[in-house]
Design a protein around this ligand. Sequence first.
Ligand code: CA
Length: 219
Amino acid sequence: MRLLIVEDEKRLALSLAAGLRAEGYAVDVTHDGLDGLRLAGTEAYDLVVLDIMLPGMNGYRVCAALRAAGHDVPVLMLTAKDGEYDEAEGLDTGADDYLTKPFSYVVLLARVRALLRRRPRPAPAVLRAGDLGVDTGSRRVHLGEAEVVLTTKEFAVLEQLAARAGEVVSKAEILEHVWDFAYEGDPNIVEVYVSALRRKLGADRISTVRGAGYRLEAR
Ligand code: CA
């Protein structure tokens, strides 16, 4: 899952990003509204955390412009307690939820999870491929009855494959959803994680489809 944070309070933005990355999300950060609109319009995000008072373009306008362009990415708006935020106005512009500053990180995380669950392409809580169960809520993986312990990145890669078990998922799609915009390293990083998953889950569970990507075998 890949998230975008548009927030000009740099310390807040960076601490949110660090917390969300620790939960296994890929996170991009920008401090400017116009740049946020550009990124949200061109990159494949699963959710946008959007401040209202921003340089460049305010959050209401960013959200309205995204919706006008047909993007249905979930938007969680952040606002200060001083009344800068008008809930009705925010929801009018197409925001899905809002959070008043200061908020606790735990509450933010709960809202993020709730919004991700509400996505138009609803994913079942437990993705299944044969005897493999990938619980996207508790972020645990079971092979039959036995739990398999994965790192957050391994889990994120497996989640992408399990969401489309039996289908080929390209390396680019996995990269796009699991690594953030700042990642400029070798795309073969995906292979490294697939190899780790094969060691933990069994070599024949994930097939390489040459030139196309990977397929989690649904058996
Ligand atoms: Ca602000």
